[in-house]
Design a protein around this ligand. Sequence first.
Ligand code: NCD
Ligand code: ZN
Ligand code: ZN
Length: 336
Amino acid sequence: MRDWVMRAADDLHVHLRDDVRSSAAIQAIRLGGSSRVLAMPNTQPAILSGADAVKYRDWLHRQGLDVELLMTIKLTADTTPEIIIEAARLGAVAGKLYPLGVTTNSEDGLQDPMFLAPVFEAMQQVDMVLSLHGEVPGVFVMDAESAFLPHLDEINSCFPNLRVVLEHITTKDAVDFVKKSASSCLAATITDHHLEITLSDVVGSRIRPHHFCMPVAKRPDDLKALIEVVRSGDPRFFSGSDSAPHLIHDKQSDCGCAGIFSSPYHMQVLASIFSRCDMMPRLEAFTSQHGANFYGLDVNSQQICLKPKSWKVPDRFGGIVPFMAGKMLDYELEWL
Ligand code: NCD
Ligand code: ZN
Ligand code: ZN
């Protein structure tokens, strides 16, 4: 075990919220080693236009967010090509599609993604990234991601120059789909938690609400496929924590919310996982190069140092239960 100096991370999928959770979500970003984030638009009310995104970005910076913020808008049945063109003009880099009802704040999601074909056409024209929560509404939860892949295939073939990110993938099927795709416009994000837990850690001998997220963690073979594709160094797979804070009473409830709060110790957790899997040399490209390249951004110039040290993740961060609470990690983080 040695020190690892690397570029600060791009967290290309994070939920910063617009309420009492924002303060913890914002503070967590630097602690977890990120110097640029892509903020998801499923706030309430949602970020639906370029103007909303600019307002949200300015609000987050006023709340103390001191990293570069990449903006997204939420795609709904009311999104038009004009909204896309204006959002791109105002700097939004991605439009996020949520299938109807599959996750937190997706009640305005779509049953059939191709309903948005004219919107995809406009996104292709202005080179805005399509960010997909890839699950099919109503399909058995363990199969919902795999069932989405034919829809993704259709989107890729109808819009060959549309850059698409399949977010927070959880299955070997999704890994294989992206690996086998001939498209240079397709990539996938992988979360911290999906490199660590399976369904047994959510509903094994006990219910662990703080391990519950969508798409839900799957089987050991799926976990293995995710680890192995990261180990392979394939540039189409990059880090997006999907850090998604919820208040404790919203998690520990008879109808608990989906989402895992991983950003406070994002790089410390990843370093511990990568080190245990003997793939530390892959970490920097996964968190700080592949995603930047896909989004067409310069790589971060700020650097962090991950230092070997055994320490215990606190039970709470800003009143919220962080991922790995009470567990031992093997690295701490310093900004250089
Ligand atoms: C996210 C949230 O809480 O906003 N939850 C989750 O389980 N991943 C929404 C999402 O990214 O699907
Ligand atoms: Zn999602
Ligand atoms: Zn998310």
